[in-house]
Design a protein around this ligand. Sequence first.
Ligand code: PLP
Length: 413
Amino acid sequence: MDIIVKCVCSIVQLQYTVQIRFTEGSGKMRDVYLDNAATSFPKAPGVGEAIKNFVEKSATNINRSGYNVGFTAEELVFETREMICDLVNFTKTENIIFTVNATTGLNILIKGVLKPGDHCLVSSVEHNAVMRPLNQISQIGVECTRIPCDSKGKLDVATIPKLIKSNTKAIIMTHASNVTGTILPLKEVGQICAKSDLYFIVDGSQTLGSLPINFTDAGIHALAFTGHKSLLGPQGIGGFVVSPILADKIEPLICGGTGSLSEREEQPMILPDKFEAGTINLPGIAGLHQALKFIMQTGIDAIRLHELELTQALLGGLKALPNIRIIGSSEMKERTSLISIDCLKHDNADVAYTLQKEYGIRTRCGLHCAPAAHKTVDTFPQGTIRFSPGYFNTKKEMDYTISSLQKILTEPL
Ligand SMILES: Cc1ncc(COP(=O)(O)O)c(C=O)c1O
């Protein structure tokens, strides 16, 4: 019989209730969530309540209601834009564009920037959120070259200059791979873009909220983000930060009502309206607003420190286990809190299934929507088992994960 034990963890000044389930008798711990790279769980404290409050008490649309309560939604959205600005060291709130996720933001940016005859560079570890739009526009004559990363997923910036051609317009790069966990060198690539007059478009899906990103210092022109991963918010809200120069150059992908300049039938060119046609996800923004408040109060450095400690503990334990290949950089400072492994004598899917079924440990097994990254680190087509601890995991859960995995790997085949 399962007993639910409620324990109150004090994590960096904040009291947060986590439910850990123990199975009586066997002593096995249940429900260890290690799939934060897919979507974070739990969300930041108060996120659910903020969404509920918005829907139940103040659900109004911005720019559209003439009655007073409508301004609450406007303030909420404005403050959320402000918090994202603060998070990435940027000042123009109107250049924070909300979409439903990072994928939509990346589509707007990629299809807005690249036109027939243009060429771009991408890292060889990109997610399909980048590769599929690029593949689509290759049919209208947009060319793309991959910057090769090594077997640990590291990108050597020295390889970039010789890949730049006369028609190269942009470098599109993830800040960190969702397969290898290896962090790519933002600032150095930003410098190359500045020198070669290229747009620098960054996919921050895996890092915004858990790693510092300095939009201005890194010379980024656009940064796509998603609310439901390390930003600790709900699904269905994401967006991008865009520099005024790039915002001016790209056409919106979707046109429609904005609640502004309604006397005209043309899409307004003012920001953020240019890229925010239709009703935006206000309950999602209410949740993201709360999550950002939590992140700001806790501090990115404290979040990074805790996640690094967990990753180090997990990595240390994994290194001692037999018959696995650990993917990604051996330098902790080059890693996000994500470790992929490839089992050499077991089937990855079997191991991930047993971890969940027998030990209650939820990981993610497969290709993680990033076949290019797997090809780079030689884990294609079998994929990997991905462990991605988040801010609310504990060292004890890492120890339990290692001991559970050890049992599975040392059981007779
Ligand atoms: C590196 C990377 N880019 C983009 C995405 C897409 O994020 P979303 O599904 O929120 O659009 C993901 C999600 O897995 C990701 O890991």
